[in-house]
Design a protein around this ligand. Structure first.
Ligand SMILES: [Zn+2]
Ligand SMILES: [Zn+2]
Length: 183
């Protein structure tokens, strides 16, 4: 499983087959502190892996560093740096000889390992044209939606990475973290 940003009751039915929980970054839409506490209490066999900033804020089992893969009995997890406003990692691993990448909350995939992926879970947050229309309209949104959007991955960058790095036309793209306003 990657991230746990929703209520424990929604996660619980899915946790029985989970062995590892990879955490991407500290934002609360990715780590619900109560959910994480409950996972650790009720599912103590799940190994929780995250970056050093996640490790400063939450109790986890392994701190992973970008470029230094962790070998477990089941998988080799490799982390790479995303670009966001806190320390954020994307992950790759293999399952049944299928190569998987998961990356969200990043303005770029420039640090993602270049290889052929069978499953691509990638942020696809905004349409650049729609986001451009929010530029300079801080008052309308009550916050700088434009600057906020730029900390995420555009649909275009998502698709470009997908087409360059998918194994074949059958390799699924699972779009993550779509903006309700700007996608
Ligand atoms: Zn997020
Ligand atoms: Zn975030």
């Amino acid at each position: 499983m990657v991230d746990c940003g929703i209520a424990f009751k929604h996660l619980k039915p899915h946790l029985y087959g989970v062995k590892y929980l990879l955490l991407t970054h500290i934002h609360s839409d990715h780590i619900n502190p109560t959910a994480l506490r409950n996972i650790r209490k009720s599912f103590p066999h799940i190994r929780v892996i995250g970056n050093y900033e996640v490790g400063q804020h939450f109790e986890i089992d392994h701190i992973i560093n970008a470029g230094y893969p962790i070998d477990t009995a089941d998988y080799t997890f490799e982390a790479f740096e995303c670009v966001h406003d806190v320390v954020t990692y994307g992950y790759t691993w293999d399952y049944n000889k299928q190569s998987i990448i998961y990356a969200t909350d990043t303005s770029t995939l420039k640090n993602a390992p270049i290889r052929k992926y069978d499953y691509l879970f990638l942020e696809s947050n905004y349409d650049p044209i729609k986001l451009e229309l929010a530029r300079g309209k801080r008052q309308q949104f009550g916050y700088d939606a434009y600057a906020g959007g730029l900390r995420h991955l555009s649909r275009n960058d998502c698709e470009a990475f997908y087409y360059m790095n998918r194994r074949s036309a059958k390799s699924p793209l699972i779009e993550l973290h779509k903006s309700s306003r700007f996608y």
